[in-house]
Design a protein around this ligand. Sequence first.
Ligand code: GAP
Length: 449
Amino acid sequence: MSEAPAPAVSDLFDKVVNLCKRRGFVFPSAEIYGGFRSTYDYGPVGVLLLRNVKDAWWRSMVQLRHDIVGLDAAILSPPAVWEASGHLKNFTDPLVDCKVCRERFRLDRLDDPEVCPNCGSKHSFTEARQFNLMFKTYAGPVEGAGAEVYLRPETAQGMFTNFKNVLETSRKRPPFGIAQIGKSFRNEITTGNFVFRTREFEQMEMEYFVPPDESPRWYEYWCAERLAWYHDLGIPEHMLRLRAHDEDELSHYSIGTSDVEFLFPWGWDELEGIANRTDYDLTQHASHSGERLEYFDQAAGVRYVPHVIEPAAGATRTAMAFLMAAYDEEAVAREGQGQGEVRTVLRFHHRIAPYKVAVLPLSKKPELSAPANDVLAQLQPHYMCDYDETQAIGRRYRRQDELGTPFCVTIDFDTLDDQAVTVRDRDTMAQDRVPMAGLLDHLRARLDA
Ligand code: GAP
């Protein structure tokens, strides 16, 4: 599609981060106080992008299926949940301090465990200690023993603790799933690579409960489904792969995990893990709570604890991958003036694009504002639209290209005579004259295809 070569890999990261700040996708949290490195805020465009990522996931998981239902569980929960899940004991990373520069590192992420990557000192690390990643706080006015609660480090446990509630109310039977999107919190030892690893982030997780002997089949099924989801939403095949975990990488609850990985500018890295959690969680919660967390198959007359296949994705991390995959630069003739320039364009899949349409009256004059507002009123109930009436039209097109808006609709002085508008395509820059009365159908045919 692009005439210019793809931007150099080393450039891509900085270019996307700059664009995110410049165009209102992502801002560092508490920036006016010097920033807070471990969290980020999603601006007017970023919040739309993130919402579209989550909506696309929910659509494929819940709306288009009959075997998966949704849930929105609490973020705060008592220690009993984390005792049972194993997170109090096992959700740790090995932490080392450099005795020379006092920086802290996650031992298992060091290129060379003997050399401090900050100051270059050799053999300067303390003994590794296991650091629990859960954030602890207190419920109620008194801090102290008995009042501790934890911010969830994964949304998954809400699905397990509600297994019985959902089974009894939803009329589902294995194989069936519970899906949830929401914030999770981890006190990561090191954060970084923009929104890739933060201490507050959003997850999209689904627990799929199956008869035990069917779990290998469903594991394969969900690996294939999840890889296809990213691809269908426009991430090219060469930027995606599935990688099975080695034995020593597995989480404490998993007997098999495969990651969907994306080719980030720094190399392959995880977007999502698909894990075979067996009956670990239901069994743990059953024995700690005293509740029976099982399924009784009346037809077969058997009672069993379902096994769980879990596709667990990061919404914020996935939004970043969509940004990286969509970024493109292209040498073009300046629209309308014939001079060469490089345009930056985010070639998002339509479903992911923050705005679907930008409505652009050629001038701010009231005679154009009126029809422009008519166009906006026609489109807004159906699509997220931007409206922009200042600056030269060429610059406004470039701005929309950088937001990844698939279509710009321009209202000009001819519109007053012919009741038609110009529809400009983000990817081809082709312009079509379309009657205002048929505009919605024209866009629908392209956006909903
Ligand atoms: N319930 C299983 C679970 O939480 P995980 O691999 O630890 O598995 C799932 O997390 C996904 O959540 C990851 O693949 C990643 O996309 C996202 N994620 C995890 N930690 C994150 C962090 N600190 N910042 C941003 N996203 C994170």
